[in-house]
Design a binder for this molecule. Structure first.
Ligand SMILES: *Cc1c(COP(=O)(O)O)cnc(C)c1O
Length: 339
């Protein structure tokens, strides 16, 4: 199977497994796991924050950060395609009593003027605008990148209006590699940031939430409360450390493979393809032809997995376990499905 379903499909290779097998461990919830501690120090250093905390998933990072920033009745301003709004089972509403105010951006990106017009006026009728959430890269918008100037501008406006700034950096390093903007520059504009180890970085489990000393200390309480305090988590943290060491620069290959895939698919009549920004290729079948789910099913039967979106788009994601030859075969297979 050529698995383009998601960059979560990666399997740990022999060297990552070896690092995991040999990891020094302790009790993570007593903050006594040396490998987890080393990972957190490394993350804080790379992101330019005072502290970082290891968590099992990015979904938990989002909820814990919003829990620190918000009270029930508060509102989070985010782009309408944001993962936190669509793919986290309504957690902000269910767990935090927090609502979303979606902004219609352009390719997942909105500007300071749009933010400003979304901020609630003072007044006892309104939810309190509390957080602006930015997703870098913007997954459902196409793996698109927030330009650093726009991101800084939006965060500056947010700060001027007393809003907290939260970065969903599930794929932050894809933007770092594509733009040549260092991670700490992106993170500087935020009160809280997180990165995912189980996406393009290729580790099996884990994410890290980072921010000031005070933010992370408060977040520790909710890490316990939400069930994210672990025990000998150094085993999985070792995979994350390995990923930070070896799998960032190579994200370029994923971007090259995505461009190759998009170029190939665009040659096939019956498909419309968006130009990729990073490692995601979104495409659709032309109206009147094969339906999206039918194409996905045909691809799957011939050994290529992609995902179908609620709006009829298909998504193919390149990653560590996909090579150039796989991309060429996937294009050929798609061609065969549409003949
Ligand atoms: C995957 C993802 C998440 C959730 O991360 P998990 O580790 O799967 O819980 C959040 N935001 C974005 C943009 C994502 O792509």
């Amino acid at each position: 199977m050529i698995n383009l379903y998601s960059d979560t499909a990666t399997r740990p290779g022999p060297r990552m497994r070896q690092a995991m097998a040999e990891a020094e461990v302790g009790d993570e919830q007593l903050r006594a796991d040396p490998t987890v501690n080393r990972l957190c120090e490394r993350v804080a250093e790379m992101l330019g924050t005072e502290r970082a905390m290891f968590l099992p998933t990015g979904t938990m990072c989002n909820q814990i950060a919003l829990r620190v920033h918000c009270e029930p009745g508060d509102e989070v301003i985010l782009e309408e395609s944001a993962h936190n709004r669509h793919y986290e089972t309504g957690a902000p509403a269910a767990l935090l009593g927090v609502s979303h105010l979606p902004v219609a951006g352009n390719a997942g990106v909105f500007d300071a003027a749009q933010l400003k017009s979304s901020i609630r006026p003072a007044g006892h009728h309104f939810p309190r605008s509390r957080v602006v959430l930015i997703e870098q890269t913007a997954n459902l918008a196409g793996g698109t990148i927030w330009p650093i100037e726009t991101l800084e501008d939006v965060c500056r406006t947010a700060a001027e209006h007393g809003l907290k700034r939260h970065l969903d950096g599930a794929r932050l390093f894809n933007a770092v590699v594509a733009e040549g903007v260092p991670a700490d520059r992106y993170c500087r504009a935020f009160d809280s940031v997180w990165i995912d180890f189980s996406k393009g970085l290729g580790a099996p489990v884990g994410a890290a939430l980072a921010g000031s000393e005070e933010f992370v200390e408060r977040a520790w309480r909710f890490k316990h409360q939400f069930g994210g305090a672990m025990r000998q988590a150094g085993i999985i943290a070792a995979g994350a450390l390995y990923a930070l060491e070896h799998n960032i620069e190579r994200l370029r290959e994923d971007h090259e493979n995505a461009a190759l895939l998009a170029g190939g698919l665009a040659q096939i009549s019956g498909l419309e393809v968006d130009a990729p920004s990073t490692n995601m290729v979104f495409f659709r079948t032309t109206p009147g032809g094969l339906g999206a789910s039918e194409l996905a099913e045909r691809l799957r039967r011939r050994g290529v997995a992609v995902s179908t979106m609620a709006d009829g788009r298909l998504r193919a994601v390149t990653h560590l376990d996909i090579e150039r030859a796989d991309v060429l075969r996937a294009v050929e297979t798609a061609q065969g499905c549409l003949e």
